[in-house]
Write a protein that binds this ligand. Structure first.
Ligand SMILES: C[S@@+](CC[C@H](N)C(=O)[O-])C[C@H]1O[C@@H](n2cnc3c(N)ncnc32)[C@H](O)[C@@H]1O
Length: 315
C-alpha cells in the first residue's frame, strides 16, 4: 500500500492557499462545537464554502488517517478484490482517498448531499485518482459496487435513517461493507448496531472482530483504535494547539459476503512492552477479551509481540 497522506496534505495546501486563516478558524470552531455536541442533523451541517474549506482543512487528514488504518487492517483479513468503491456521505472524499490508497480500485464514486463539498472533493482528487462526485441523499438508491462505505456519517442520522442506510449498503455491495465512526462509546454503539444488522442479513465480519458472534466488549468499555495524524502548520493555525500530531480515535466494522480470514485475535490496547515480556489486551476468536502475557522464553512469539501495535491482528 502506498499511503496518499502526503499527497492529500499538499493538495489541501494548494486548495486552501488563498483562504484567510481567520475565516477558516471561525468556521472550524463552529463545526468542532457542532460535531462535539453530536446528535442527528435536521439540516446539512456543512453549509457555506467556508464550512467546506474548514472541514477539509481540519478534518480530512484525520478522517483519511483513520480510514486508511482501518481499511489496511481490514485488507489483511479479506481475500477478495475491491475494484469499485461507493463512498456514501463522502463529503470532500477523505474516505475515498483512503480506499484508493489501500485497494487501488478502477472506479470510485463519492455521494453526498452538499454540492460545495463534492466540488471541493473533485478539485482535491482530480490529479490523483479518477472519482465521480455526485449529489445524493440518504434514502435515495445506492449504486452497486464491490465496496460500499460510509465514514463518519452515522452520527448525523436518526436511528431509522441509520438502519435504512446500512440495509441499502448491504443490498448494493457485492464484496464488502465498511463503516467507521469516532472512537467514542456512542460511536462504538452505532458500529455495534450496524454490525448486528449486517450479521443478521448474512454478512461475515472480517475486521476488527475475530468472530461474527456477539461482541464481548461491554459498556463502560468500548472497542476503538487510533491513527496518528501529523498536524500541518495550516492545521495548527486554524485549530490552535502546539502539538505536531494528534491521535484520531475510531471504531469500525468491515463486513464481507465471503473470503473472510479474520485474525485469531485483535490487539485492543497499546501493548505494554516491558523488560522480558509484552502485556497484551486482546479480543479472541472464542468471543472473549482478556490479557495475554508473552515472555522472552516464548522465542518467536515474543519477537512478534514486541512489534505489535494497538489494532494489529495477532496469531
Ligand atoms: C462528518 S462528514 C464526513 C464526510 C466524509 N465521509 C469524511 O469522512 O470526511 C458527514 C457527511 O455526511 C453527509 N450526510 C449527512 N447526512 C446526509 C444525508 N441525509 N444524505 C447525504 N449525505 C449526508 C454530510 O453532508 C457530510 O458530508
Amino acid at each position: 500500500m502506498n499511503s496518499l497522506a502526503p499527497v492529500l496534505r499538499s493538495a489541501l495546501e494548494d486548495e486552501l492557499a488563498g483562504r484567510p486563516r481567520a475565516t477558516l478558524a471561525a468556521a472550524t470552531a463552529r463545526l468542532s462545537e457542532r460535531y462535539r455536541r453530536g446528535g442527528a442533523a435536521q439540516a446539512p451541517i456543512l453549509v457555506t464554502d467556508a464550512d467546506v474549506a474548514a472541514y477539509a482543512a481540519y478534518r480530512m487528514p484525520a478522517t483519511y488517517a483513520a480510514c486508511e488504518r482501518a481499511l489496511a487492517l481490514s485488507s489483511l483479513c479479506f481475500g477478495g478484490r475491491i475494484d469499485s468503491v461507493v463512498d456514501l456521505g463522502g463529503g470532500t472524499g477523505a474516505g475515498a482517498w483512503a480506499a484508493a490508497s489501500v485497494f487501488e480500485p478502477s472506479s470510485v464514486r463519492v455521494l453526498d448531499q452538499v454540492d460545495a463539498a463534492l466540488k471541493c472533493g473533485q478539485r482535491l482528487s482530480s490529479s490523483v485518482f479518477d472519482a465521480r462526485f455526485e449529489t445524493w441523499r440518504v434514502g435515495s438508491a445506492v449504486p452497486a459496487a464491490d465496496l460500499v462505505m460510509a465514514s463518519f456519517v452515522l452520527s448525523e442520522l436518526s436511528e431509522a435513517q441509520r438502519a435504512a442506510l446500512v440495509h441499502a449498503m448491504g443490498s448494493s455491495a457485492s464484496e464488502a461493507v465498511f463503516l467507521i465512526e469516532p472512537g467514542t462509546p456512542d460511536g462504538h454503539q452505532r458500529i455495534l448496531a450496524a454490525r448486528a444488522q449486517l450479521v443478521d442479513s448474512g454478512w461475515m465480519i472480517a475486521a476488527p472482530c475475530p468472530q461474527s458472534g456477539e461482541c464481548p466488549v461491554r459498556q463502560p468499555d468500548w472497542c476503538h483504535f487510533a491513527a496518528r495524524v501529523e498536524r500541518s502548520a495550516m492545521h495548527r493555525q486554524i485549530k490552535g494547539g502546539d502539538l505536531s500530531y494528534e491521535d484520531e480515535k475510531f471504531s469500525f466494522v468491515f463486513a464481507v459476503r465471503s473470503g473472510a480470514s479474520p485474525s485469531g485475535a485483535r490487539v485492543l490496547r497499546h501493548p505494554g512492552k516491558r523488560k522480558g515480556f509484552v502485556d497484551l489486551t486482546v479480543c479472541d476468536a472464542a468471543g472473549e477479551t482478556g490479557r495475554r502475557v508473552v515472555t522472552k522464553k516464548q522465542g518467536d512469539a515474543y519477537k512478534q509481540a514486541r512489534d505489535l501495535r494497538w489494532g494489529d491482528p495477532w496469531v
